[in-house]
Design a protein around this ligand. Structure first.
Ligand code: AMP
Length: 306
């Protein structure tokens, strides 16, 4: 089993959607990504939690094969807390509250065994922290990063440094327009490629995702679902699915990247079917493969001849 390093938030989330609400359920980018990746690889998780973080959630990750040597628990502290609300257009969410708590002191030192990780996902965290993790990697083969509007606005220099050093950047449509300062997504992706990464994944929520490199553009729809309950964590499940698949293949050619985007799309689809991690937990290898085949069917077509 190949290992993937996953660095990011481990959170308690309160979420309200038109279909219900939950209070202080386990979430966080690293938890979603590790859960998705665990279907294909061994996640090495790096994060920080407070005394209030449920032990069952850590036990679940261990049962999925994760190595939690990089997870620090601060018993006297509180976990990162995020709360958000979604409207009927689930692509659009409003953050109501972010409490960093122990996450404010997240300056990870990688356990010795984690430094040789070859496949890595740096989830949405302060770019300086992403840089410090990059400094500690000794044998990285493929590194993906995520970010958010706050860092694009407030830590642009450090973020540009991160982008110059990763292989793939995941951005949603709003973020990439903001980063590249242009409204056209294809143009924006080209401009971000000029900053350093070999690949960009543009996430477009329910409209799908595109993988863009200097000479390729691969776009796929999202997996159609009759019931979407909570989109929180979709992007992180997507990323975890991608990096888990790449580690499993131990290859990162364009054909692997394309299939990784499909696996990410399916991990995201399961994630949004229920609140918190409940949807993603239901996804097992057999269903993952069935959905991947289904998506493949959906996008195949014969050549057009007139
Ligand atoms: P996503 O829906 O993929 O963007 O990820 C949502 C997850 O990211 C939630 O579980 C939150 O706990 C976590 N999150 C929200 N805001 C932040 C932030 N500023 N830094 C790190 N993680 C965050």
């Amino acid at each position: 089993m190949h290992e993937v390093l996953i660095v990011g938030s481990m959170a308690l989330d309160s979420v309200k959607t038109p279909f219900g609400e939950v209070d202080r359920v386990v979430g966080g980018a690293a938890v979603y990504a590790a859960t998705a990746a665990s279907l294909m690889a061994t996640p090495r998780v790096v994060g920080i939690v407070g005394g209030d973080f449920p032990q069952e959630a850590l036990d679940f990750l261990v049962a999925r094969g994760a190595d939690l040597a990089g997870v620090k628990r601060v018993p006297e502290g509180k976990s990162f807390y995020w709360s958000g609300v979604y409207d009927y257009d689930l692509n659009d969410r409003e953050t109501l509250d972010t409490q960093l708590n122990v996450f404010a002191d997240f300056h990870p030192t990688l356990p010795e065994s984690f430094r040789q990780s070859r496949y890595c996902f740096l989830a949405n965290i302060q770019p300086q922290v992403q840089l410090s993790v990059l400094e500690q990697l000794e044998d990285a083969r493929f590194v993906m990063c995520d970010t958010m509007n706050y860092w694009i606005d407030n830590e642009r220099e450090a973020l540009l440094e991160v982008l110059s050093r990763v292989d793939l950047a995941l951005l949603n449509d709003t973020e990439i327009r903001q980063l590249a300062d242009t409204p056209n997504l294809a143009d924006a992706a080209r401009r971000v490629l000029d900053l350093g990464p070999d690949y960009i994944v543009v996430k477009k929520g329910e409209y799908g995702a595109a993988l863009v490199s200097r000479d390729e553009h691969f776009g796929i729809p999202s997996y159609p679902l009759a019931h979407v309950v909570d989109p929180t964590g979709a992007g992180d499940s997507f990323a975890g699915g991608m990096i888990g698949f790449l580690a499993h293949q131990d290859n990162c050619q364009s054909r692997d990247l394309r299939r990784a985007v499909v696996v990410g799309t399916i991990a995201a689809s399961a994630s949004i079917e229920d609140f918190g991690l409940d949807g993603l937990k239901q996804l097992h290898t057999s269903e993952l493969l069935v959905r991947c085949d289904g998506l493949r069917e959906m996008v195949q077509f014969e050549p057009i001849r007139l």
